[in-house]
Design a protein around this ligand. Structure first.
Ligand SMILES: [Zn+2]
Ligand SMILES: [Zn+2]
Length: 274
């Protein structure tokens, strides 16, 4: 069985119910985390996941809401593993530099803990693999394909396609429809897409909000991507603005005009499984 769990479904604006963007893909002992937004460690624990068991963290892009708790994953894996436990982080070009700077931020804490614990003799080990496109993992159990997405000016950005245990799962970060995204979702059993709702943002008329529209998929364009790719199940995450209770049906109705399959407006810890 494959599970896709939307650990966090929020965006940059704080929400009491939605942690930051993070999606867990797991099957048996294999688990992969896409993005590491606000509160990811809490939600990973709630999903009975362990940071020490993660095969890898895969970042879609380097916007703050998608990476702000990466440091917590690095530290927590380090102190919870009794022995060297390298954390592998895939991400777009720029990820290595981001991780270097994150490690610099953590330097004081790393020093304190090494000074305090005799059995801790070195800091966190992180393997960063910057990706652009193509097969990035293929080990007989899991195949992961990366493809460039379009979230300019937050560039480069990538999305991921998992082929695992007979299922195809596409997890895109923030992006407008593009060729790379079409490649990722082609024939997917499950397609997870961050979305905005134009019908709510457009009338606000505020430039800061209107800017959001030009580099995200909307409920409509994500549904069109899903239809074009012959996707079986579409999952909206990171809805902007956060839906008011009782309005969920409006989001789904917009999608239903363009995509005939099931659509989910995910809340934190929503689980899709095959
Ligand atoms: Zn975002
Ligand atoms: Zn973004």
């Amino acid at each position: 069985m494959v599970e896709v769990i939307t650990l966090g479904t929020g965006g940059p604006l704080p929400s009491p119910d939605r942690a930051g963007p993070a999606t867990l893909v797991r099957s048996g002992a294999r688990s992969f985390l896409v993005d590491a937004g606000r509160g990811v460690q809490l939600r990973l624990s709630a999903a009975f996941g362990s940071v020490t068991a993660l095969d890898a963290v895969l970042l879609t892009h380097l916007h703050s809401d998608h990476i702000c708790d990466l440091n917590d994953l690095i530290t927590t894996r380090w102190i919870m593993a009794f022995g060297p436990s390298p954390l592998t982080i895939y991400g777009p070009v720029g990820t290595a530099s981001l991780v270097d700077r994150t490690m610099a931020m953590l330097a004081d804490d790393i020093g304190y803990r090494i000074a305090h614990h005799d059995d801790l003799t070195e800091g966190p080990i992180v393997n960063v693999i910057e990706v652009t496109s193509g097969v990035i993992v293929d080990d007989g159990e899991v195949r992961i394909i990366a493809a460039p997405t379009d979230h300019a000016p937050a560039s480069p950005s990538v999305g991921y396609r998992f082929e695992i245990d007979g299922a195809v799962i596409a997890v895109a970060g923030d992006t407008i429809p593009c060729d790379g995204l079409d490649l990722l979702v082609d024939g997917a059993d499950c397609y997870v897409q961050t979305v905005v709702r134009e019908a709510l943002i457009r009338p606000l008329g505020l430039p800061r909000f209107l800017d959001v529209l030009d580099y995200h998929s909307s409920t409509v364009t994500a549904a069109q991507t899903a239809a074009r790719g012959g996707v079986k199940h579409l999952i909206f995450t990171h809805p902007v603005p956060a839906p008011q209770p009782g309005t969920e049906g409006e989001w789904l109705a917009e999608a239903a005009e363009h995509f005939a399959g099931p659509v989910e407006l995910a809340v934190d810890l929503f689980t899709w499984s095959n």
